[in-house]
Design a protein around this ligand. Structure first.
Ligand SMILES: *Cc1c(COP(=O)(O)O)cnc(C)c1O
Length: 392
């Protein structure tokens, strides 16, 4: 619990005062709202003696996700990255695939890992999502697909990307890792493009420890991905397709079922933190909270502040100042995939066509939220930013 008040620069831990929190307050602390339910389900799993291989809890989780998202098929997987790899392969992507550079690096790796070249397009400064005009400029005769990312759970420009894909005969899928429980034009994320991929990693809004899923309305594609997830097996001894091991174990599905039950509580807590941040940061010049469209559903898992040119302290200094208070705010996606290996070597000049990505990646701070956020965190962050905004 925060105990000190921060009114002047000398109150800051970076200048020698005691930190506001005795132990670290992280971004991405897991939401473990369904703990008791999980224990019951885990006990049932041991009774049953069925630990993995498309067990009853995986099947139930898939059914419940289909119902919740209004999509025909959900194929649960061991993590979001393998789910991306399997979806990319099932869609027959090859050559070049256009993605944003402003994303978690797995969106790029899932392509490169299987010999496909990720080509980075720029984003819209207002939404942080793919800029369709930039996507158009990146199309070459080798382009086979586009992966849109719903960054911060805000929908990518779905219909513009669909138009581009249709015009050029490209496969379109979405990395929806941030977007479980979010909507586009009132419809749940999960059934746009040919397929959408979720991550259920512990740091995500809805978690299964490690896990992920692909959702689609395409029967044939779903069947293919089910085969690929399990080495291509159709029966004990019969393999009819190349595949890998993408299976979700039962213990992870148990966590998923428990967390689905707790979802409304987690959402209410996230929304309250987000509203609190809005009030606490509203009067600080040069700080803007990334806003969400009122008419869409968002999980409010990511509280994203952007520092504009008016803010007198650089973003890295802001992050360092918060870290000194034991508030582990994060930069996120900095410096962009195109500046990470191996992509920085492959495309040394990519930055020339990604000016918005470069600018946004210098301005963003992701702030802690979630059900386990210690009391006082939001107000302390407001106090730190207010002191920094005065200049030091
Ligand atoms: C978390 C994440 C992934 C990877 O998911 P894992 O489950 O950790 O493998 C991919 N893309 C984005 C945008 C993510 O945030």
């Amino acid at each position: 619990m925060s105990s000190k008040s921060i009114r002047t620069p000398s109150d800051l831990a970076i200048h020698g005062a005691a930190p506001a929190f005795a132990s670290p307050v992280h971004v991405g602390r897991p939401n473990t709202g369904g703990r008791e339910r999980f224990m019951v389900l885990a006990a049932e799993m041991f009774e049953r003696g069925w630990l993995t291989n498309n067990g009853p809890m995986v099947q139930e989780l898939e059914r419940r996700i289909c119902d919740q998202l209004g999509v025909k098929h959900c194929i649960a997987m061991c993590n979001g990255t393998i789910a991306l790899e399997i979806a990319v392969r099932a869609l027959g992507m090859q050559g070049e695939v256009i993605i944003p550079s402003w994303t978690f690096v797995a969106t790029a790796h899932c392509l490169y890992w299987q010999g496909i070249t990720p080509v980075f397009a720029d984003v819209d400064p207002a939404t942080h999502n793919l800029d369709p005009a930039s996507v158009r400029r990146m199309i070459t005769p080798r382009t086979s697909g586009i992966i849109g990312v719903h960054v911060w759970g805000r929908p990518a420009p779905v219909s513009d990307l669909q138009d581009i894909a249709d015009e050029h005969g490209l496969a379109l899928m979405f990395d929806a890792s941030h977007a479980f429980g979010c909507s586009h034009q009132g419809r749940s994320i999960g059934s746009f493009g040919r397929a959408e991929v979720f991550s259920f990693h512990a740091t995500k809004w809805f978690n299964t420890f490690e896990g992920g899923a692909v959702t689609t309305n395409d029967d044939e594609l779903a069947e293919k991905m089910r085969l690929m997830r399990n080495f291509g097996f159709v029966h004990f001894d019969k393999v009819i397709h190349p595949g890998t091991n993408g299976k979700m174990p039962e213990v992870c599905a148990a966590m998923g079922l428990a967390n689905l039950d707790a979802m409304e509580t987690v959402l209410a807590s996230n929304r309250a933190h987000y509203e609190h941040y809005r009030r606490a940061l509203a009067d600080i010049p040069g700080v803007r909270l990334v806003a969400y469209a009122e008419q869409e559903r968002n999980n409010h898992h990511y509280v994203v502040a952007e520092l504009d040119e008016a803010f007198p302290v650089r973003r890295d200094q802001v992050v360092a100042t918060l870290h000194a208070e034991n508030i582990l705010a994060r930069k996120y996606f900095w410096p962009g995939c195109h500046r990470m290996k191996p992509y920085a070597d492959l495309f040394p000049h990519a930055g020339l066509v990604l000016p918005v990505t470069a600018a946004v990646s210098e301005r963003v701070v992701v702030l802690p939220s979630g059900t386990t956020l210690p009391g006082g965190t939001v107000d302390t962050i407001g106090d730190v930013l207010r002191v920094l905004a005065q200049g030091t």
